[in-house]
Ligand binder design. Structure first.
Ligand SMILES: *[C@@H]1O[C@H](CO)[C@@H](O)[C@H](O)[C@H]1NC(C)=O
Length: 333
């Protein structure tokens, strides 16, 4: 006779419990449909046109995008919008077939936010299987996704830029199973509570992955758990890569269980600049940082922490966000 305990403990350990749908190749009923080059009067040829056609109010609406490259800059100011890209593998960004692309710089556009290829200025937004690119390149801040929404989920998307790719500015945000590429401060913002899990962070040049602008002792945090850091396939020469530097002096960034495949500096963290270090009140910490890119002897500065396993266990999706019912748990491990 096997006891219940024996049976349970004999089950293989399920490390991944991702459960996204097996495909997403047809629009849900009632969706607004975007199809490049469409001649159908019931469809829209661009995301801009579909967004303009949304009813006012806060009813939940879905936009379904057929494969294609959409060259446009889009600002979403209406709440409760889900945008889904056609894909044969919703669980992975690697099969994405929808790209939204523009190449504005903050210098030309007037602000970081204004340069964003996709800008979110409303709450309760979900993005699935969309690649969002800012092709400006080096020389200015140039944002791919500018996210000012509360309760925004980014699922299996690709965010491509160089300097300041993702502006995770305010509210509760999750980035799950996605790809985020850049070189300089490429995940940054001020008061957002952001949770990042299962993403590939691709380094394309010299710089810091994060630049937290938390400027007082508030709930702002970027919590990373089970992400992989790689060198981007189109990377230029990389002089150094750090996990982050403090844009403001209460910067709070935690990296848990990171697999690192591109060379990190032994300090892991950098000061903002020698004249303005911003390190007085930072919370910079890591736990279980492993992989070929981690130097054999780490040399963290006095203002950074290597967490113990019990300290690391205090950092969870719930601890970072508070409210989590809005998160699509299909994309959580
Ligand atoms: C450390 O992180 C790796 C993923 O990078 C994971 O496979 C492993 O289980 C983690 N170890 C501990 C002790 O949590």
């Amino acid at each position: 006779m096997f006891s219940i305990f024996t049976i349970i403990s004999a089950l293989p350990l399920a490390v991944f419990s991702l459960s996204p749908p097996s495909s997403r190749t047809t629009p849900p009923t009632g969706a607004f449909i975007v199809r490049s080059g469409t001649t159908s009067s019931s469809e829209y040829a661009s995301l801009t046109e579909a967004v303009a056609a949304l009813p006012s109010g806060t009813s939940a609406v879905t936009i379904f995008m057929y494969p294609g490259t959409y060259s446009e800059q889009v600002d979403i100011t209406r709440a409760a919008v889900t945008i889904m890209g056609y894909t044969e593998d919703p669980g992975s960004y690697t099969s994405n077939q929808v790209t939204i692309t523009a190449g504005e710089s903050a210098g030309t556009a007037g602000s970081d936010d204004a340069s964003g290829t996709l800008r979110l200025h409303a709450d309760d937004i979900a993005l699935y299987n969309i690649d969002i690119k800012n092709t400006f390149g080096s020389g200015s801040q140039a944002i791919a996704l500018s996210n000012y929404g509360n309760q925004v989920g980014v699922y299996a998307c690709g965010l491509y830029g160089y300097q300041d790719t993702l502006l995770a500015e305010q509210g509760l945000q999750v980035y799950l199973q996605s790809y985020i590429e850049g070189a300089v401060d490429f995940i940054f913002g001020q008061t957002a509570q952001g949770y990042f899990e299962g993403n590939t962070l691709a380094v394309s040049g010299t710089g810091c992955i994060t630049a937290s602008g938390r400027d007082e002792d508030n709930d702002a945090i970027y919590l990373f758990n089970h992400n992989t850091i790689i060198k981007a396939s189109d990377a230029t020469t990389i002089d150094y890569t750090y996990l982050g530097r403090p844009w403001s002096d209460f910067a709070q960034v935690i990296f848990l269980n990171t697999e690192v495949e591109t060379a990190l500096e032994a300090a892991l963290w950098m000061e903002w600049s020698s004249s303005e270090p911003n390190t007085d009140h930072v919370v910079f910490a890591d736990y279980n940082t492993t992989g070929s890119g981690v130097p054999s002897s780490l040399d963290r500065p006095s203002w950074a922490t290597a967490l113990t396993s019990s300290e690391a266990a205090d950092y969870t999706l719930s601890s970072a966000l508070g409210t989590t019912s809005w998160v699509d748990s299909d994309y959580l491990m």
